[in-house]
Design a protein around this ligand. Structure first.
Ligand code: PMV
Length: 329
């Protein structure tokens, strides 16, 4: 009862921010993302009588404080499969975790696929996204390939809140997301508590929800028609709206650092010079610069030379979660 899965991180173009049901992880709004080719997590899960307790090793270190509820998620899967065996979980990501880089997304997507396979549960992609969602909301999108929509759903039981690909990864393989890493330290406020605080205290949350359907429609159509200007403009503005919410919660959450601002200025200067690019930022200080393949090298070179940028990673649209043969233990 052992299986290994690989899943890629994803970055949202229309962000998920706020839960209508915390237990089932049901969002107030639908979201759209791109699954990133190359920013991946590999996870091996084994259920066996030889283990007396569950253990989790992430990037070589035994996890002591399970803040993300990984064991809850394993218990959920054990209950579904009707098994009692304890588990050993070993997971490795090829990028810094908890720096606003959606590591929980690739992590929970790989974990859910590996654990369900190890527990001999046969789930279709839709049901896998629903189960993954309950571990981490944005992770539901990492199950699927290319450009992906996670529907908020209306039902109380969450059965209509699932993710699916809008188009596969080959539909728009010129699209690039360049992640500029400005810090590798863990963020101070998790997205989980940040979004709860926003829903409870931000006076503008209602306005955010009122504008979401339009953003979803523009991005969905923009992806289908490969309209880079429309997708870029809408995604950048959607990210600024989300950060405006964060900044106006009580107490305020400000993820940006001077390096974040340096990259925002850089993107705007590039546009003034006629090089089309846009930015998006998750719950952290790192910035993702969106451009087309033809401008990738030029932009990446200049971006890497900025004082605050430690490292850049270039990604195109990637695969959904997959089972692989090579186990981590
Ligand atoms: O699913 P979580 O708890 O990692 O929250 C993700 C929140 C954002 O990254 C800011 C937005 C998104 O849609 O990915």
């Amino acid at each position: 009862m052992k299986a290994t899965a690989i899943a890629n991180a994803n970055i949202a173009l229309v962000k998920y921010w706020g839960k209508r049901d915390k237990k089932l992880v049901l969002p107030y709004n639908s979201s759209i993302s791109m699954t990133l080719d190359g920013l991946s997590t590999v996870t091996t899960v084994e259920f066996s009588k030889k283990y007396e307790k569950d253990s989790i090793i992430i990037n070589g270190k035994e996890l002591v404080k399970d803040e993300k509820g990984i064991l809850n998620h394993i218990e959920r899967i054990r209950n579904l499969a009707n098994i009692k065996e304890k588990s050993k979980i070993v997971s490795k990501s090829n990028f810094p975790i908890a720096a606003g880089l959606a590591s929980s997304a690739s992590g929970f997507a790989a974990l859910t696929l590996a654990a369900t396979k190890a527990a001999k549960l046969e789930l279709n992609e839709k049901d896998l996204t629903i189960l993954t969602r309950q571990g981490s909301g944005s992770a539901s999108r990492s199950v699927c390939e290319g450009f992906v929509e996670w529907y908020k759903g209306d039902k109380d039981d969450g059965s209509d809140s699932y993710a699916e690909s809008i188009v596969n990864k080959n539909h728009w393989n010129e699209f690039r997301m360049i992640t500029a890493i400005v810090t590798k330290t863990e963020k101070k406020v998790s997205s989980r508590s940040g979004m709860a605080q926003t829903v409870n205290t931000c006076p503008y949350y209602k306005c955010w929800l009122e504008t979401i359907d339009r953003d979803l429609e523009l991005i969905r159509n923009g992806i289908k028609n490969r309209d880079f200007s429309s997708v870029g403009q809408t995604a950048e503005y959607n990210c600024l709206k989300m950060h405006a919410l964060m900044i106006t919660t009580k107490p305020p959450i400000i993820y940006w650092t001077p390096a974040t601002m340096e990259i925002i200025d850089f993107v705007r200067e590039q546009r003034e010079e006629g090089i089309e690019c846009y930015f998006t930022i998750d719950a952290g200080p790192n910035v993702i610069v969106m451009c087309l393949k033809k401008n990738e090298k030029k932009i990446n070179k200049k971006l890497s030379e900025l004082g605050g940028v430690m490292k850049t990673i270039i990604c195109g649209p990637g695969d959904g979660a997959k089972i692989i043969d090579k186990h981590l233990f």
